[in-house]
Design a protein around this ligand. Structure first.
Ligand code: SAM
Length: 310
C-alpha cells in the first residue's frame, strides 16, 4: 500500500514530488509557489473557502478574497496538464442579506487564461437551514474548465440508469430493438447528491466537507487510472478518498493540522478498501418511506379529556 507523506516545509518538497499520496499542511499558495512550474496535475478539484466567516476563514472584502483566489488560479494553470481539467465548486457570498453567486465572480479568473468552460454543474441537495427573507438555498455550482480541446472525458464510466430502459425504436431498420444505451444515460448537469449533514456516513468534524460521490463522478469522468488529482483546499481529504478508491494519485493542501490528520486517516482507509462512503450513483432516499413524513393520527382509543375553562 502507498504511504501518505505529510510535509510542512518546502525543504520536504522532494518527498512530495516522489509520492502518490501527499498532504501539505500549510498555505496552498506557498506550496504552489514552491512547486515546479510545469504540467503536473491531471485534475484540480476544490471547494475553496467561500469567505462567509466559517471557523477556518477570516472574512475579507469580496475584492481581496477574489484577488487571493486569482493568485491561486494563476499558479495552478501552468501546473495543469494539457489534457487536464479544473473544477471549482462554489456557493454564494452573502453580504447584508444579498447573495452574490461566486461562480459569476470566478468565471473571468479562468477565462483570462483561455480555459474553456465545459459545464456549469448544479449540485442540488435536499437539506439545509431555512431562510425567512428569501427562498432557502439548495444548490451550489461546480465550474468545470479544460485547458485545451483535447481533454479526458470518460462518459461511459459515469453513466446512470436511464429513465425508460425498456424504450424501443418504433420505426426504421431497428424497429423493436431497445433504443437506449445499455450502460445507462449521461448523468446530465444537475446532480442530486445529498450534502454531508450529521447523519451522513461520511460526516467528520469538518463543517462543510464534500460528499465523496460528488468528486467520484468528476474524477471518474475527467481522469484515467494513476492520474494525479490535486485539491488546494483539501479539508478532510474527501477528494483524496475518491482518488484512493479509484486508483488515482492525490495531493492535497490544507491549513489546519486537525483536518490534515483526519484526511490522512480517511485516505488510508480508502487505500485499504475500507472507505465508508456514499457512491455517486446511489439513488436519493425516498423521504415518503420515513415515518417522520406522516403526521401521527390522534389516538382515538383513549377517552376524551374534558377541559373546563375557569
Ligand atoms: C470548503 S473547505 C474544503 C472542504 C473539503 N472539500 C472537504 O471535503 O473536506 C475549505 C478548506 O480550506 C482550508 N483553507 C483555508 N485557507 C487555506 C489556505 N490558505 N491554504 C490551505 N487551506 C486553506 C480550510 O481550513 C478548509 O478546510
Amino acid at each position: 500500500m502507498s504511504d501518505i507523506v505529510t510535509i510542512r516545509s518546502l525543504n520536504q518538497l522532494p518527498a512530495m514530488l516522489e509520492s502518490d499520496y501527499a498532504l501539505w499542511q500549510g498555505d496552498s499558495e506557498a506550496l504552489l509557489v514552491g512547486l515546479p512550474s510545469k504540467p503536473i496535475f491531471d485534475l484540480v478539484v476544490t471547494s475553496p473557502p467561500y469567505n462567509v466567516g466559517k471557523s477556518y476563514e477570516r472574512k475579507a472584502s469580496l475584492r481581496d478574497y477574489l484577488a487571493w483566489q486569482a493568485r491561486i488560479i494563476d499558479l495552478l494553470i501552468p501546473r495543469l496538464a494539457p489534457t487536464g481539467s479544473i473544477c471549482w465548486q462554489v456557493g454564494n457570498y452573502v453580504d447584508n442579506g444579498q447573495i452574490i453567486p461566486l461562480d459569476i465572480q470566478f468565471d473571468p479568473l479562468f477565462r483570462r487564461h483561455g480555459l474553456a468552460l465545459r459545464n456549469r454543474i448544479i449540485w442540488h441537495f435536499g437539506h439545509g437551514l431555512h431562510n425567512k427573507r428569501r427562498f432557502s438555498g439548495r444548490y451550489e455550482v461546480i465550474l468545470w474548465y479544460t485547458k485545451t480541446d483535447d481533454y479526458v472525458f470518460n462518459l461511459d464510466d459515469v453513466r446512470v440508469p436511464s429513465k425508460y430502459p425498456g424504450k424501443r425504436h418504433f420505426k426504421g431498420p431497428k424497429t423493436g430493438q431497445l433504443s437506449g444505451n445499455p450502460r445507462g444515460k449521461n448523468p446530465e448537469d444537475v446532480w442530486d447528491i445529498p450534502n454531508v449533514k450529521s447523519n451522513h456516513i461520511e460526516k467528520t468534524e469538518h463543517p462543510c466537507q464534500f460528499p465523496v460521490g460528488l468528486i467520484e463522478r468528476l474524477l471518474l469522468a475527467l481522469t484515467d487510472r494513476d492520474d494525479l488529482v490535486f485539491d488546494p483546499f483539501a479539508g478532510v481529504g474527501s477528494a483524496g478518498v475518491a482518488a484512493a478508491i479509484h486508483h488515482r494519485r492525490f495531493w492535497g493542501a490544507e491549513l489546519l493540522p486537525d483536518y490534515i490528520n483526519t484526511a490522512r486517516e480517511r485516505i488510508r482507509s480508502a487505500l485499504s478498501d475500507k472507505a465508508r462512503y456514499r457512491p455517486h450513483d446511489k439513488p436519493v432516499y425516498d423521504h415518503t418511506k420515513s415515518n417522520l413524513s406522516k403526521i401521527p393520527l390522534p389516538d382515538l382509543t383513549s377517552p376524551p379529556v374534558l377541559l373546563i375553562a375557569k
